[in-house]
Ligand binder design. Sequence first.
Ligand SMILES: Cc1cc2nc3c(=O)[nH]c(=O)nc-3n(C[C@H](O)[C@H](O)[C@H](O)COP(=O)(O)OP(=O)(O)OC[C@H]3O[C@@H](n4cnc5c(N)ncnc54)[C@H](O)[C@@H]3O)c2cc1C
Length: 402
Amino acid sequence: MHIGIIGAGVVGVASAYFLARAGHRVTLIDAEPEPGKGASAGNAAQLSWAYGDAMASPALLKHLPGILTNRDPAFRVRLRLDPDFLLWGLRFLANTPSWRWWSNTKDILKLADESRREMALLLAEVDIAFDYRVAGKLHLYPDTASLSAARPIVERKKRLGLDQRMLSRSEAEAVEPALKAYQGEIAGAVYTPDDALGDAAAFCRQLTAAMVKKYGVSPCFGRRVAGFEQPGGRLLAVRFADCDPLPVDAAVVTAGPLIRTLAAALPEARGIQPVAGYSLTVPWREGAPRVSLTDVKRKLAFAAIGERFRVAGLADIEKAGSGFTSDRFAMLRGAANAVLPGCFGQAEWEWRWSGERPMTPSSRPLIVRSQKIHGVYINAGHGMLGWTLALGSAGRIASLVA
Ligand SMILES: Cc1cc2nc3c(=O)[nH]c(=O)nc-3n(C[C@H](O)[C@H](O)[C@H](O)COP(=O)(O)OP(=O)(O)OC[C@H]3O[C@@H](n4cnc5c(N)ncnc54)[C@H](O)[C@@H]3O)c2cc1C
């Protein structure tokens, strides 16, 4: 079977790998000149096997008035009279009750576990370099109230077999000595020793090159897909904006946040909203953390990726493509420097990046057959955890196609 994969971010590249390995002829398509240029390019790099918490939660609901009135600097929301956005917002609210949150979180954790297993198999099968490392992760809680609230969740996750540990500040400092100089409040931490990290963009580039060599995958980059040829609702070909159609037997849409540009053909795409985030990358310097950190109060994620050091954060819920302003980068740099003085803003180089998380209201990705076009499959909507969930999702979409 000839399968077109539309989108070469982490989800598309992983899907191509699974389908090519299963013996299909695969064409990997992207509008960009190389893979990994979209939401996957500058993310926080964390493979959060044991985090997986859905965004819609009772805790977030409590903070919603502050978020909606833009009093929480980590968020920026611009309300608009767009029916898709309003419906998404209502569905998001419907996912905030405690039982829904836990049900969504459990599903995500299951998918994360599948991804973790697949990552181990992939690393044994292909020789690719993407600064992968089991770095461990510390979630830093600012006060005893937030730390106490984290405890029952850690207990629940332990019952699922996940290794998470509650640490005092001094125990956290023993795990990551750089925390001795950390200027943010730390009442304690949750430590996940098995969490890993890696450069998602390098993963995309390297795995694509390996698939081309090993499985004869055809790369088709610099080509934007405009729709499908689908007489009678059955897929015949992928239609491009500026060249001849590509005949295929099936297509997997892995277009991340840009899936909405295909919503005329795929109504499911309307349930995915872009949530913009930002990152700054500088050279790693002596004394900076090596263990991944999440500052729960400031909603900042820090990662040492090879010889680079990255901070990522902020969540801007606005119209697609509208949030990339220099004031948000300044805010991110200011917040990061406040806790790790001198790490950002003084380096010889700095890479500023912003991308959009493709969010569903439940935070669970959409891994489905298209309702409208026979032969089209969707693997999108991975939100804040697309890098973590990519391989598990690829395994599931390959089963669905099979
Ligand atoms: C600030 C930030 C930090 C994050 N940190 C983490 C983290 O630490 N851990 C984690 O697990 N996740 C993290 N994420 C989330 C993660 O990066 C995303 O969920 C993931 O990258 C989504 O991957 P994707 O392949 O679905 O989309 P993308 O990477 O955006 O790939 C989609 C591709 O499709 C292409 N495309 C779209 N439409 C078309 C078309 N019509 N024709 C041709 N090509 C098309 C695009 O060019 C793009 O390359 C973070 C996200 C952000 C923004």
